[in-house]
Design a binder for this molecule. Structure first.
Ligand SMILES: [Zn+2]
Length: 246
């Protein structure tokens, strides 16, 4: 899924190999991660030329690159070098949010993962360094989503959940509803995500679009908890076929 790559030539080779083996987009870690032990979360870790190598190769192929970045300095550095989207973005400030909006760069917050790691860090073997990084980004994340919305940034929806934490997906919807309100959160998870992927056959109900639907037992605009309350009835339809009714 991922590898450490340094230098423009090696990055170009890695990006081409990813596309050769079926990737549809490239994610680049332009700053450290919560669970990665040795790279600080705030420091931009690629040069401009390295990021440009990736973003230009991806766009030449009709695709795009998205950057894992937390701090304003890492986000700014990524935006100015051509990424289409910022993943996580928890430490975003208002000025950098405006820069994102001016450059039509999306934000995909992943609020669920920090909330889950704060509660279940021991279960997944989170180190003390990881736990400290998690505390730094947990509360800032909700604020970042609001700053982005106020600046006019298009906000998608992601979770970044892996392994044992994958059962936390619905908590992500709850957290994004709490930050943005239910209407904007639903739009993030459907049409905005589809626009980010440049897929007009996803994220909307229309002739020619995929019949991927979740039918809920209630109206989430009036009662948002129907989105994450697992005791409520729901029907999942995929490509027009009923998959589960529970
Ligand atoms: Zn990431």
């Amino acid at each position: 899924m991922c590898e450490v790559v340094d230098g423009e030539d090696e990055l170009l080779r890695a990006v081409r190999n990813r596309f050769r083996t079926g990737a549809t987009a490239i994610k680049l870690m332009t700053s450290g991660g919560v669970i990665s032990p040795v790279d600080p979360i705030r420091v931009p870790q690629y040069s401009s030329a390295e990021i440009r190598t990736v973003t230009e190769e991806a766009s030449r192929r009709g695709s795009y690159a998205t950057a894992h970045a937390y701090s304003p300095e890492a986000i700014r550095h990524s935006v100015l070098n051509g990424v289409r989207c910022i993943e996580h973005g928890n430490l975003l400030d208002a000025e950098t949010a405006r820069l994102m909006a001016d450059n039509e760069v999306y934000l995909v917050p992943t609020l669920a993962t920090y909330d889950a790691m704060a509660r279940r860090g021991e279960e997944i073997g989170l180190t003390e360094i990881g736990a400290a990084k998690n505390r730094e980004v947990l509360n800032a994340g909700r604020n970042a989503v609001v700053l982005a919305r106020d600046a006019g940034v298009r906000i998608g929806f992601g979770t970044d959940l892996m392994g044992e934490l994958e059962d936390e997906q619905l908590a992500g919807l709850r957290l994004q509803c709490e930050a943005l309100g239910v209407y904007d959160a639903l739009r993030s998870a459907t049409s905005t995500n589809a626009a980010l992927l440049r897929r007009d056959d996803l994220g909307r109900i229309a002739e020619g679009a995929f019949g991927d639907l979740v039918i809920l037992d209630g109206n989430p605009v009036d009662e948002p908890s129907v989105l994450w309350d697992e005791s409520r009835t729901r029907t999942v339809i995929k490509a027009g076929q009923v998959i589960t009714r529970q």
